[in-house]
Design a protein around this ligand. Structure first.
Ligand code: G4P
Length: 531
């Protein structure tokens, strides 16, 4: 098969949701529909059990499982579909943000009872930054949820994206009868069924007299009215608007009951984008280019001291990746090759001989990689769009054993290269500050510094809630701002200046008083903060 045919076959996406909305269940059902697994429960969940939230070793053990489910590949309707798993636990949100840089589209799962939750809003912000196309699946219709019109309103206002329902539910909870497909004019009848995939479908126009026989007078009237309202209020579905990340089609269903999945998957196959071109610091790279290129978006460390290897996840962006071939590691300016790169079919790991754009390859790494690294066939460019996001918790790292300063330095550099946390430097006094999105990472870092690098540390909490990356109209304005703000200015690993703010109010005030300085919530400077 030619490269172009291989590219056309591939769809690489992630399922995102607030924890408990049904991401794991939906993933599993998609694999069932795709024939990649035979029984429900076959996919080990990447989900971190609630009972273990204070025990990070336990969490890391559970996270170990997630290597096996990091990428799940299955074939469906002649397509090769790669699902990139994302951790649901809030403390690992950075992992999820970065995974979103490696996909071409996402499916967002919403719990119809809870509606749009906090984590969903954050994840969608990241999708919007990159204009990632989104399909919404409203789950758990077998439960008494919110009114569907209100849910759609909430999606539009909270997520800042236009929506267009493609199916419509007939009731919810105990009275849930099924959905009407607005684009196929078919009624899908709901039945509680956690094990089998079966569907009872009737092709019918809403004006048809049989509708009343099928769903009863009250529900026939309600459905007809609802659909009229939908057609009146929402624009027609446009693939172009979807591809630009402006319009999200919405499906209703119940993942646990295998209901609504097939319509979702079929539509996904029809509209979801193939591997897309990617921006670099030099030029845009087309997937169809002959020469291979790709970037590292995730590094998974093995906490088991007997196996100190790490796994770096590479997204292929162009050309063909081949085993045992030398590729150029742009940051290190050296050539590297891989004896046993691997890929995943469902949950089986297997050695990969060749890979194509859209594919994700697992590479054993002994410390050569950090997040965002680019591999090419010789050309020097770096893929853009793998930003750091502002952490939420900041603590100063204090060395408890002056004899082990070097080990501590090396350890913290390597751990932050893996993306466990972000490292900042306060130039005054050469102090090191670590920023994370969850408390858990501080325990992880402390433990790993001690066990892997023999260095002891403690943490001193800082009164900082946001880090804003700074740019300025003129260098002199930046120099002056840095001089004035003293210890509120830190530098990230690439020596970009960052403003440490106690509150959003503080950012607003500083922005008003310093119009030549621009504040950004990510290390890539597309948009200024909106406060
Ligand atoms: P997550 O990955 O987004 O965190 O969610 P997950 O799929 O684990 O689902 C969270 C809970 O919601 C699970 O129940 C799951 O069975 C349930 N669930 C998923 N889809 C549906 C649905 O369509 N209807 C209903 N009523 N429930 C659904 P749990 O009790 O937390 O776990 P489990 O013991 O069932 O595994």
């Amino acid at each position: 098969m030619s490269n172009i045919e291989e590219i056309k076959k591939r769809r690489t996406f992630a399922i995102i949701s607030h924890p408990d909305a049904g991401k794991t269940t939906l993933t599993e059902k998609l694999l069932l529909f795709g024939g990649a697994i035979q029984t429900a429960g076959a996919v080990k969940s990447n989900k971190i059990k609630k009972t273990a939230t204070s025990d990070f070793m336990e969490i890391e053990k559970q996270r170990g499982i997630s290597v096996a489910t990091s990428v799940m590949t299955f074939e469906y309707r002649d397509l090769l579909i790669n699902i990139l798993d994302t951790p649901g636990h809030k403390d690992f949100a950075e992992d999820t943000y970065r995974t979103l840089t490696a996909v071409d589209s996402v499916i967002l799962v919403i719990d119809c009872v809870k509606g749009v939750e906090e984590q969903t809003e954050r994840l969608m912000e990241v999708c919007r930054m990159r204009n990632t196309p989104v399909i919404v699946f409203v789950n758990k219709l077998d439960r008494e949820g919110q009114n569907p019109f209100e849910l759609l309103d909430e999606l539009e206002t909270k997520l800042g994206i236009r929506v267009r329902p493609l199916t419509w539910p007939i009731n919810m909870g105990a009275d849930f009868k099924g959905v009407y497909s607005l684009f196929e004019q078919k009624l899908y009848f709901f039945k509680i069924n956690k094990t089998k995939i079966e569907s009872n479908v009737v092709e019918i126009d809403l004006g048809d007299d049989r509708l009343e026989e099928l769903v009863g007078l009250k529900d026939a009237v309600q459905l007809t009215e609802d659909v009229e309202l939908v057609e009146g209020v929402y624009d027609q579905f446009s693939k172009e608007a979807y591809e630009k990340g402006e319009l999200a089609p919405v499906f209703f269903g119940s993942a646990i009951n295998n209901f609504g999945i097939k319509e979702l998957l079929d539509t996904f196959c029809e509209i979801s984008p193939l591997p897309q071109p990617r921006a670099t610091d030099v030029r845009e790279v087309e997937p169809t280019e002959k020469k291979f290129s790709g970037f590292i978006f995730k590094i998974h460390a093995n906490l088991d001291p007997r196996h100190r290897d790490r796994i770096a996840f590479l997204r292929i962006c162009s050309g063909k990746f081949e085993r045992r071939t030398f590729y150029h590691h742009v940051r290190l300016n050296k050539d590297v090759r891989f004896a046993s790169p691997f890929t995943f079919m469902a949950s089986d790991k297997s050695v990969l001989d060749e890979g194509f754009p859209g594919d994700v390859v697992g590479l054993y790494d002994t410390g050569n990689f950090k997040i965002g690294d680019t591999l090419t066939e010789g050309e020097n460019f770096n893929f853009a769009g793998i930003p750091s996001f502002s952490p939420e918790i900041f603590k100063e790292l204090i060395n408890l054993d002056p004899m082990k300063s070097k080990q501590l330095e090396k350890g913290i550099q390597q751990l932050t290269d893996e993306g466990v946390a972000q490292l900042f430097n306060l130039d005054l006094g050469n102090r090191k500050v670590v920023g994370t999105v969850g408390e858990l990472q501080f325990d992880v870092i402390q433990y790993r510094l001690e066990h892997e690098y023999g260095a002891k540390c403690r943490w001193v909490p800082m009164n900082v809630t946001r880090a804003c990356w700074l740019t300025a109209d003129e260098k002199s304005a930046m120099d002056e701002f840095i001089r004035l703000k003293g210890n509120q200015i830190a530098f990230d690993k690439d020596r970009n200046p960052v403003f440490f703010a106690e509150s959003d109010w503080m950012i607003r005030m500083n922005r008003e008083n310093n119009p030549k300085i621009h504040f950004h919530f990510t290390s890539e400077f597309k948009t200024e903060v909106a406060l």
